[in-house]
Write a protein that binds this ligand. Sequence first.
Ligand SMILES: O=C(O)[C@H](O)[C@@H](O)[C@H](O)[C@H](O)COP(=O)(O)O
Length: 237
Amino acid sequence: MAISDLEFPVGVVARSHSDAQHLASALAENVAGALCAAIDSHGQATLVVSGGRSPIAFFKALSQQSLPWNKVLVSLADERWVPTSHEDSNEALVRRHLLQGPAAEARLLGLYHSAGSLEEAAELTEQALRGLPVIDVLVLGMGTDGHTASLFPNSPNLEEALSENCPRRCLPMLAPSVPHQRLTLTLPLLRAARLPLLAIEGPGKLAVLEQALQQDNHKNMPISAFLRAPLEIYWCP
Ligand SMILES: O=C(O)[C@H](O)[C@@H](O)[C@H](O)[C@H](O)COP(=O)(O)O
């Protein structure tokens, strides 16, 4: 099966790439172009990316793009509630693979805060995110359970985080995989992105995407809350 076999809502564009490196290069060029357009339009650009393993090639390709990186603010769709020195930290991943070379000049608004509890940390992140402009470019990933960001099925707070009028920008979440404690941006903030992109790889995730399209159940497969216009999907076998 290929992504061209799937039926998407109007306004959702899905493209297949020959392999992970070609996907990463195409995604990096598209994101760089959108960041430049945002800077031309309103003087700065806000990029929100996801963590995990898949984005590393994309981060490396994007970091080498020539653009006014000093006018770019980078933040995260979610974070593991671990110190930024921890190997599982998404902030550390972004600093290690994206904020290098030309992109080292970008500013980073991380989500991690040390606190007595995950809930207290989420409150601190909520305050910090009050300064986040409208997201110009959002790059989401997807897990094989249909989660995106840290919007995990069956997680406490999921219903609130997926609410269209959720008053919070950030909520604490629990993941089935370690590190269990997470911080996630919520649906209204993510959905307000001017250019939302989804990057997934492999036949397994394509099957999950097909299931999410068929079920259209945000609680069971949170990714389905984002399978709507405008969305560009990048996939490779
Ligand atoms: O913190 C994270 O892990 C990500 O933000 C998460 O939402 C990721 O996008 C998916 O879990 C896919 O991860 P992989 O790219 O590693 O499959």
